[in-house]
Design a protein around this ligand. Sequence first.
Ligand code: FES
Ligand code: FES
Length: 402
Amino acid sequence: MAQVSLEINGKRVCHEAPARMHLGDFLRDQARLTGTHLGCEHGVCGACTVLLDGEPVRSCIAYATACEGRHVTTIEGYDDDPVMARLRPAFTHHHALQCGYCTPGMLATARDIVLRLPDADEARVRIELSGNLCRCTGYMGIVAAVMSVLAGLRAQPDAAVSALRDALAQGRGAAPAAPQAAPAVFQAFAPVAAPPAPAAPASAAPVPDAASPARAPGKGNRIEGGFTVPFPPDQVWAFMVDLPAVAACLPGAVIQEHEGDRVKGKIAIKFGPMAAAFNGAARLERDDAAKRAVFRGAGQDSLSQSRATGDIAYLVHALDDGHTRVDVDLQYTLQGPLAQFSRSGLVQDFVRRMIADFGKNVGARLGSGVGDGPPAQAEFNAVGMFFSVLWMRIKRWFGRAS
Ligand code: FES
Ligand code: FES
């Protein structure tokens, strides 16, 4: 792993990343800027095009570590850009997008054409755009949109666009100006300093405020859930930060390495048509005083090569003398073939059901006495869970219809 520091859309961003992680994955998984799309991941389709120091590059074939210290502009970073201000309405007017998958890369390339080739004719625009593939084959609208912006600038030059063209001609790059206010990026759980409390161990890391209503909205998928157990909060908290014990309650999860608050392991999921076995690593950030923690992890499915990144925040609080509520807030992004399932209501029900089953397992283990020997792994009943979720859905559909 290496520490990578980039300026993305005018904002300094630092994250750990594997040495071979490409810039596209870094932008999506680490910086959580999911406007950059990945298609072929071989430098062919152009969907992943972003600006590096003002010039278009394929982010899927640029190592993130090789971009250290450089300026990256993604589709989220053009708020104040005078060329994008013309391209956006032109794309709308000429119906230049259908599914929109190629659009972030098309726009980055189109902006480059407008700046570099003010006199381009249609044939030249088509050649310049040939490195960006549109799977919807919507080329006529895209070419028409670029041509209309070029024609508009020829008829009525724009001083801001001319300044960018001059900067490019002088080799100074044509990156858009940094936005006045940085665009909101995916920030699942904003870190806050742990409140001073003498009882908190000195090593407790600051963790997000899981209960804060002012939390920044994320761009990934979000599922909230929770469970109640008939035990006092101190006992539940001690259990919830014992990683092997927690993993033993999560159906399908196995810890392979465990050191302090870091774990490596795998979780196998089978649900209807979806089967996955994610291998990955995670770390726990905890605030013992407030009894809240965030489990941050990332993994890859060995079957479909899909990648998942997620944060699970939980907050343990007392309901009454003998009962404790654990609120769980999951935010995640999925990339690859499994991404098609990530937003479906069925998957959301499935995850809520997983949380409920996890709560039952926690209650059962607390009742049987934590620490009495190694934890027995919770069994995963895929068929039972599939039909249970389906049944929940059917009941809801009929409830709505009646
Ligand atoms: S995803 Fe980068 S060129 Fe296709
Ligand atoms: S609009 Fe669908 S891929 Fe281009």
